[in-house]
Design a protein around this ligand. Structure first.
Ligand SMILES: [Cu+2]
Length: 486
């Protein structure tokens, strides 16, 4: 604070004091607490407070390889290291301080759009965060209900398709009626180059996503995440509440529990309660809260009643209810058999990846390795056939700028690039973040790109890439990486 300015006039000083007293720092007045975040299917405990608090949420974005189904791996982009992201629970009228951390090992910028936020983009622009950075913003949830949050960084569909979504519950002032068990269930789809069950590391298929034709439709991020040993549990006589979300990115869920009727449904996660419902719609980017009393023991099966999704694409979960038989409600043969999904081909032996050693690789080896790097790292922005996105991501296909200078391209990949450039006669003035890949991978991916999509060919050697790395972004000036100017 500039004290000399205040000293200049007692009048200004007293006016300032009056102003400060009239508008106290709201966050200082409220009790401060750290939000409890839980991984699906767990839900944080109900909020006991009946007054608002300053609630701090810390959420870290992590890109990681995980299991999509038995023998099938996928490079997930996640909130909190899990798909779906953690369950966030706040109260109507709280002051939420949101800290979004983008892990330094990540390759891409990310952000978060919380549907519970009243404000531009649900916080998307305010939370746009490069790898190795943290963004902070605050909001007051004024509408109670169950809300989806998701990443909204371009290309948005792909960030969601790769796993970036979760649920935030805004409890009404006086909370929800108490129940015996609460669980977090979130449906979503995955679009892979290989078919359902095809083994190995699967990459995202933009074509299938555009066709809205997923290979996987799952609860809680993977086939079987809620089945078998991962089933959720209850006892007879207990009331279960499911917080159900749908991350999409495309499909609407016909959520149904085989063997139960929902006593209550908070339609679309809002205030209105519907009673005695068999199947409820959960829109993409929407939710529902369902409740039912477990009268009889047995295994209840959670499905998307668009039923091929359940039995052939993975949208199947289980709730095991234990207790004494309740013959009045249900009598007869009880079956709890092992679930064998149909149409699963046995996982294939994974093909050995080309070794990325010190020695120079053949053009064919570099092409194969480079294609893998491209799909995992560059495709998100420059697109499947290097065509880019007009006005946002420049093309790498038939790209005059790229073909003109291979060293410059290698420097951009390692150090990042911002500022105006002209590619094929079109100006771009965007930011490419430094790509967190090895020198071998830089050499491989550029070799792949130079020999694809009508480019002029060429081979980039790892030795040259190392020299460029050692030299820093200097000659190209606009690097964003360590040592680079802005
Ligand atoms: Cu993202």
């Amino acid at each position: 604070m500039k004290t000399h300015a205040i000293r200049r006039s007692a009048c200004i000083a007293s006016a300032l004091a009056a102003l400060l007293a009239a508008a106290p720092d709201a966050s200082a007045a409220l009790p401060r607490e750290e939000a409890v975040l839980t991984q699906a299917p767990q839900v944080p405990p109900p909020i006991a407070r009946r007054t608002p608090a300053h609630v701090v949420v810390n959420l870290e974005v992590k890109e990681l390889v995980g299991k999509l189904a038995d023998g099938v791996e996928y490079t997930f982009w996640t909130f909190g290291g899990t798909v779906p992201g953690p369950f966030i629970r706040v109260r109507e009228g709280d002051e939420v301080e949101f800290n979004l951390h983008n892990h330094p090992d990540n390759k891409l910028p990310h952000n978060i759009d919380l549907h519970a936020v009243t404000g531009p983009g649900g916080g998307a622009a305010a939370s746009f965060t490069a790898p190795g950075h943290t963004s902070k913003f605050s909001f007051k949830p004024i509408n109670p209900g169950l809300y989806v949050y998701h990443c909204a960084t371009a290309p948005v569909g792909m960030h969601i398709a790769n796993g970036m979504y979760g649920l935030i519950l805004v409890e009404p002032e006086y909370g929800y009626p108490p129940v015996d068990r609460e669980y977090y269930v979130m449906q979503s789809e995955f679009y892979t180059e290989g078919q359902y069950g095809e083994g190995g590391l699967q990459t995202f298929s933009m074509n299938k996503a555009l066709d809205e034709n997923p290979d996987y439709v799952v609860f809680n991020g993977a086939v079987g995440a809620l089945a078998g040993d991962n089933a959720i549990l209850a006892k007879t006589g207990e009331t279960v509440r499911l917080y159900v979300g749908n991350g999409g990115p495309n499909l609407v869920s016909s959520f149904h529990v085989i063997g139960e009727v929902f006593d209550k449904v908070y339609i679309e996660g809002g205030d209105r309660v519907n009673a005695n419902i068999q199947t409820t719609l959960v829109p993409a980017g929407g939710s529902a809260i369902v409740e039912f009393k477990c009268e009889a023991p047995g295994t209840l099966v959670l499905v998307d009643h668009s039923i091929f999704r359940a039995f052939n694409k993975g949208a199947l979960g289980m709730l095991k209810v234990e207790g004494e038989p309740n013959l009045e409600i249900f009598s007869g043969k009880q079956m709890d058999s092992v679930y064998q999904p149909e149409g699963r081909s046995p996982p294939r032996e994974e093909e050995p990846a080309p070794v990325a050693g010190e020695k120079e690789l053949s053009l064919a080896d570099q092409m194969a390795a480079g294609e893998r790097v491209y799909k995992q790292t560059c495709l998100a922005c420059h697109q499947a056939s290097g065509q880019g996105i007009p006005g946002v991501f420049p093309p790498l296909a038939q790209a005059d700028y790229l073909n003109a200078d291979h060293d410059r391209a290698a420097a951009y990949v390692m150090f990042g690039k911002q500022g105006p450039i002209t590619v094929n006669g079109v100006q771009y003035n965007q930011i490419m973040t430094p790509q967190n890949i090895s020198e071998q991978q830089v050499a491989d991916v550029l070799t792949f790109v130079l020999n694809s999509w009508g480019n002029k060919g060429g081979q980039v050697q790892v030795k040259r890439v190392k020299e460029i790395r050692a030299g820093g972004p200097g000659p190209f000036g606009a690097g964003l990486g360590p040592g680079g100017g802005h």
